[in-house]
Design a protein around this ligand. Sequence first.
Ligand code: DC
Length: 219
Amino acid sequence: MSHTIAVAIDGPAGAGKSTIAKKIAAKLNYIYVDTGAMYRAMALFLLRRNVHPEDTERISTLCEEADITIRYENGEQVVLLNGENVNALIRTEEVSNMASGSSANPKVREKLVKLQQALAGRENVVMDGRDIGTCVLPDAEVKVYLTAGVSVRARRRFDELTARGEKCSLPEIEADIRQRDHKDMTREISPLRQAEDAVLIDTSDMTIDEAVNAVIDLC
Ligand code: DC
């Protein structure tokens, strides 16, 4: 059996993980796996069922009905929710907030972590998320903890949403990010934290290329 190689990138929302991870994957010719998109697809599924983000019991039962898979089209990850391509529907603030609640559910995590581990067993991956280096791929060859100041991250998210034509307010986004950081870092299972063997990169004052090069150097 051939051994696959994994680059694990964790960090809070808006640190630049997906932008940077995608570029690294392209340079290394690895597959980019955006695990947040899987939690978002699950959140969309639950929102459509009108589930409350804190209703643990219902989430545990309902998540069994969500078949989440990923596929690659022209090098882009496409997330399928029960066969439907939901890429265009999972980047709203509503889905973000639901995902932050529902991703704390053990059943949801168990299901998606298995999928992520299976992917990394088949292909060389650059995988980003919150618990990749600590839990999903503890033996990853390279581990990075990517972060940036809260106001920098809020501004980035604001610019991203505005560019997509979504109406939003910067103070609200910053408040949301603070709340999500808090939830992601304090939840009981797989909280967001830097793995002991992960390298910390703060992108607050870095360009995208500088951050990409910093990770490539590690690889
Ligand atoms: O990275 P993102 O904003 O797309 O992630 C959406 C939500 O999913 C976020 O609240 C954290 C959660 N998440 C997680 O718990 N574990 C992961 N590996 C990836 C994302």
